[in-house]
Design a protein around this ligand. Structure first.
Ligand code: FE2
Ligand code: FE2
Length: 308
C-alpha cells in the first residue's frame, strides 16, 4: 500500500469517527503525536504517585491510609495501561522511561508542587483529579482505539479519586478552625496550578488545531478550563471554601463564570524544570528505576527460558 492510499484510508476512518487500531496504516505524524501524548500521560500518572505517596506513612487514621494507598496504587495502574497503549504504536517502555528521567519527555506541571499538609491530599483529589477528569472524559472518544479504551477505565477510577478527596475535605471542614484553615490554605495553593493543567491559552497552543483535526483532542484547552471552573464553583460553595480569584464571577450573558488568568510565565518555568519539586521528582523516579533493574533483568531471563 502506498503512502497516499494509506493516508486516504486513515482520513476516511477519521471522517467517519472510526477508531484507528494498532495494525492500521496511519501518518507518521499521527503515530508520533500519539506516542508523545500517551507517554506524557503515562509519566504523569507515575510521577503523580509521589506528592500524595509522601503522606501514606503520615495518614491520620487507618481508614485514611487505606484509601490513600488504594488511590496511589490506582495511579500506578493508570501508568501501566498507558505504557501498554504506547507500546501498541511501536514505542519501547524502557526507552520512554529513559526519556522521562533524562528530561527529554515531560509530565504534568501540577506534580512539581509540594504537598505541605494532609489537606493537600483532599485538594489534589478534588481539584487535580477533578481537572484530570475534565481533560480525560473527552479522551474516551479519542481516535486511537487503545488510548480511548484505557481512558474509559481510568476515568472510572478518577471519579473515585475525586469523591474521596471531596469527602476528606468535607470532613475537615466540619472539624476545628485549624483544620478548616488547612483546607483553605491548600485550596489557595492548588487552585491556580490546577487551572494550568489544561495547558496554555488556545491562542498559544500550536498543536491544538492538528490534534483536533485528527480527533485526538475533542475540545480546546480554554473550553476545558471553563468547564472545570464552572464545575468547581458550586463545589467550593458547598464545601465553604473561597477560590482565590478576585475576578471570579457568574456571567449571565455567557452562561459561564468569568475568571482570572493563571500566571502563564510560572507554567512555562515549571514545565521546563524550574518548579520547586522537579528535581526531587525525577531523582526519585531515577532511583526507583535503578532499584528495580534486577527485577526486570530476572523477569527477562525467566521469559527467555520459555517456561511459565
Ligand atoms: Fe490517574
Ligand atoms: Fe487520579
Amino acid at each position: 500500500m502506498t503512502a497516499s492510499t494509506a493516508s486516504t484510508a486513515f482520513d476516511e476512518a477519521i471522517a467517519r469517527d472510526q477508531r484507528i487500531e494498532p495494525a492500521d496504516d496511519m501518518p507518521e505524524g499521527y503515530r508520533k503525536t500519539m506516542i508523545r501524548q500517551i507517554a506524557q500521560h503515562a509519566h504523569s500518572e507515575i510521577i503523580g504517585m509521589q506528592p500524595e505517596g509522601e503522606w501514606i506513612t503520615r495518614a491520620p487514621t487507618l481508614r485514611r491510609k487505606a484509601i490513600l494507598l488504594a488511590k496511589v496504587q490506582d495511579e500506578a495502574g493508570h501508568g501501566l495501561y498507558l505504557y501498554s497503549a504506547a507500546e501498541t504504536l511501536g514505542a519501547d517502555r524502557g526507552d520512554l522511561t529513559q526519556r522521562l528521567i533524562e528530561g527529554r519527555q515531560k509530565y504534568s506541571s501540577i506534580f512539581n508542587y509540594p504537598t505541605l499538609s494532609f489537606a493537600d491530599v483532599g485538594v489534589i483529589g478534588w481539584l487535580v483529579d477533578g481537572a484530570a477528569i475534565c481533560n480525560q472524559v473527552p479522551l474516551c472518544r479519542s481516535s486511537y482505539g487503545p488510548y480511548a479504551r484505557a481512558m474509559i477505565r481510568i476515568c472510572k477510577e478518577e471519579s473515585f479519586h475525586q469523591r474521596q478527596g471531596y469527602e476528606l475535605l468535607m470532613t475537615m471542614m466540619r472539624g476545628t478552625p485549624e483544620q478548616q484553615a488547612m483546607v483553605q490554605d491548600a485550596v489557595d495553593r492548588w487552585w491556580w496550578p490546577s487551572l494550568m493543567m489544561f495547558g496554555p491559552p488556545d491562542a498559544e497552543s500550536p498543536n491544538t488545531a492538528q490534534s483536533m483535526a485528527w480527533k485526538i483532542k475533542r475540545h480546546t484547552n480554554d473550553e476545558l478550563r471553563q468547564r472545570f471552573v464552572d464545575m468547581s464553583v458550586p463545589q467550593a460553595a458547598a464545601l465553604g471554601v473561597t477560590l482565590p480569584d478576585p475576578e471570579l464571577r457568574w456571567n449571565e450573558e455567557r452562561g459561564h463564570h468569568d475568571f482570572g488568568q493563571p500566571d502563564w510565565a510560572e507554567l512555562k518555568r515549571v514545565i521546563t524544570g524550574g518548579g520547586v519539586m522537579n528535581e526531587e521528582r525525577i531523582r526519585r523516579r531515577r532511583e526507583a528505576d535503578s532499584d528495580g533493574a534486577w527485577v526486570r533483568e530476572a523477569a527477562a531471563a525467566h521469559a527467555a527460558k520459555g517456561t511459565s
